[in-house]
Design a protein around this ligand. Structure first.
Ligand SMILES: [Zn+2]
Ligand SMILES: [Zn+2]
Length: 442
């Protein structure tokens, strides 16, 4: 088997790996970069209006022959997608129509809803591709490759690691994972009975290295839930929670914390749609429904306006039975917690009763450098609200990474999705440090 990391050998973001066996190629992840080659933040706006050839020339699209819209080239077998984070799937719009794409049902759901509301990506991507559904530990073949997906604990719902076998070799791709989330059981089960005889382990190392990414053992989602609950109980005014609507683990933590502190959880129609759609396959997830009377939907200007402008009224109408009005919010400011984004400032500005409230910041601290976020927080502070960060990483801490390596005991460990490949030597197995684009025979 030949391994090529097209991007991600020395950075977090833009993950893309190709495995080759018997002249056939399989692509794993096709992510959007998070940083430029010089380490500055990647601006996704530069994708606009540029052709596949130009994006390859600029080093943004991986140079994988036959994957995009070129004619007359041998095509790869398809793309295996680990999970619904842009740094793993953000370039799939460029795939040649009809390309097979293997990913979970919920992953597709998250990508499609996200594309509609976020302006990133096409909403018809999955109609153009050939989606093949994957499930935990259901083995399948792609050409000469035999693939076993392992559902993992990560801040993205429906995240997988992959065991990939071909030509007598066994490669394990960790994807993004952790052991301190709401699905920590998955990791415990995995290391208790790991796959054997692994030749190469490609393992993420997001929390390794500098940039204060590794402050020690990660706090669990349950600890986060408890802290949010205590913060809600100690607050007389409203609680606003800044978090990713796609981070389902955190949504569940926030929901339970809010419920246990005697408040309703208020979400906009974007968050409501994610919750409702995922609940189809996972009915215990909180979502707007009669079975979850404490989940209420606030019809915010921008998301609701978008739905009607695009003629997709049903996306809003389905949540009318769970609607909460401005009057209701103003009438009982200490009885709700709302998931908010900076773009919802226009909805909050006219809202009375924010004074004495709390803003819980529950996502990556680095986003605080964005001017829109800073302005939003300044606005809430001007309205007498207190700012409080409560967060834990979506990625494995050092001891969890160590447990993964010990469990799999690979012949070689390959760093990926990390700014600190040099640190991998501490895991005590031979490290094979690739560079982007380098072909390695395994
Ligand atoms: Zn990632
Ligand atoms: Zn991820």
């Amino acid at each position: 088997m030949i391994l090529t990391i097209h991007r991600g050998s020395h950075e977090i973001g833009g993950s893309c790996v190709v495995l080759e066996s018997g002249g056939q190629r399989l692509v794993i992840d096709l992510g959007l970069p998070l940083v430029e080659r010089d380490g500055s933040p990647f601006d996704a706006g530069q994708l606009q209006g540029r052709s596949v050839a130009e994006l390859q020339e600029a080093g943004i699209l991986p140079g994988i022959a036959g994957l995009y819209d070129e004619d007359g080239l041998d095509q790869p077998l398809g793309v295996l997608l680990s999970h619904a984070h842009l740094d793993h799937h953000g370039l799939i719009d460029y795939l040649r129509p009809g390309t097979p794409l293997w990913c979970g049902t919920a992953t597709r759901e998250l990508i499609e809803v996200g594309a509609f509301y976020s302006h990133h990506g096409r909403t018809d991507t999955f109609d153009r591709l050939r989606h093949e559904v994957i499930e935990d530990r259901k083995v399948f073949s792609i050409g000469p490759f035999e693939v076993t997906p392992f559902l993992m604990d990560h801040s993205a719902f429906d995240s997988y690691a992959f065991l990939i076998e071909a030509g007598g070799k066994r490669v394990f791709y960790s994807g993004d994972f952790r052991a301190h989330g709401r699905k920590s059981r998955l990791f415990a089960d995995f290391v208790a009975k790991p796959p054997q005889e692994i030749d190469v382990l490609l393992m993420e190392g997001t929390t390794l290295g500098g940039n204060d990414r590794a402050p020690g053992p990660a706090r669990s989602e349950v600890a986060i839930q408890n802290e949010i609950k205590e913060a809600c109980q100690a607050t007389s005014g409203p609680v606003l929670v800044m978090q990713s609507s796609q981070n389902i683990d955190r949504l569940v933590s926030v929901y339970k914390a809010v419920r246990d502190s005697g408040r309703a959880l208020v979400v906009d129609i974007y968050t409501a749609e994610i919750m409702a759609n995922l609940a189809k396959g996972n009915p215990r997830l909180p979502h707007p429904a009669r079975s979850f009377p404490l989940v209420r939907v606030f019809f915010t200007k921008k998301t609701t306006g978008k739905v009607f402008t695009e003629g997709q009224n049903e996306r809003a109408y389905r949540f009318v039975p769970f609607k909460i009005t401005r009057d209701e919010l103003e009438g009982a400011p200490g009885k709700y917690a709302m998931i908010v984004r900076a773009s919802m400032r226009c909805d909050l500005e006219p809202l009375k009763g924010l004074e004495g409230g709390l803003v819980i910041y529950s996502q990556y601290r680095g986003y605080l450098q964005q001017p829109s976020l800073r302005d939003f927080i300044a606005f809430t502070e001007a309205r007498g609200m207190t700012f409080k960060p409560i967060h834990t990483s979506g990625h494995a801490d050092r001891s969890t990474l160590n447990r993964m390596v010990k469990a799999l005991s690979p012949r070689h460990l390959v760093p990926i999705h990390t700014f600190a490949p040099d640190v991998y030597s501490e895991f005590g197995v031979p490290v094979l440090c690739c560079t982007d684009g380098q072909k390695v025979l395994i």
